[in-house]
Ligand binder design. Structure first.
Ligand code: ZN
Length: 179
């Protein structure tokens, strides 16, 4: 078996994933880094490790590093994370990411799959999921996101059908034997 086959899973179709973002100033930002997602929804991962003072290129996601663009296999996991970051006690601590949005992406390029999700070299937003418990302030923030990003807001039932037009998923029964 080649070394490459040991490092990553190869899929013929992009992988469907579910993410959470922080909303700020009409932009979407990653929760675990200060990366802003561009309005066209397409992002390429970069490894922030340095080799002789230079950033390693074309390495993300790497097996011995935490780099890459993250997504869950299931919407429920993304919603649980959104709920965690939206808890009232976080407001009291002045944590900035109190406005969270869930959505659907497709990942492609180099992909590393684990039980609950994957890390990919590239991801693109395809849709957003309306928040379970919207507040007035959050709805104002969502209006700016809708204007800037132009991806549809779909219910969880609609997303299941919509996303299959773009890729495949490790949540499908055919893949369950891997876990
Ligand atoms: Zn890395």
């Amino acid at each position: 078996m080649s070394k490459k086959a040991n490092l990553s899973h190869q899929t013929f179709l992009p992988l469907i994933g579910f993410r959470t973002w922080e909303i700020f100033d009409g932009h979407l930002g990653s929760l675990q880094s200060d990366v802003r997602w561009p309005y066209d929804g397409i992002l390429e991962a970069n490894c922030s490790r340095l080799l002789k003072g230079k950033h390693l290129k074309n390495q993300a996601p790497s097996e011995d590093c935490s780099c890459g663009l993250y997504a869950f296999h299931r919407l429920k996991k993304a919603q649980e994370l959104a709920q965690f970051y939206s808890l009232d006690n976080f407001h009291d601590l002045f944590v900035p990411w109190t406005h969270i949005l869930c959505g659907v992406t497709i990942g492609w390029g180099k992909i590393m799959v684990c039980k609950y999700g994957f890390r990919s070299e590239y991801q693109r937003i395809i849709a957003f999921v309306p928040p379970i418990r919207p507040t007035k302030h959050l709805e104002q923030q969502l209006a700016s996101i809708q204007k800037n990003y132009e991806f549809p807001f779909l219910s969880s039932k609609q997303i299941d059908i919509y996303a299959r037009e773009f890729g495949t998923s490790y949540d499908l029964p055919i893949f369950s034997r891997f876990f």
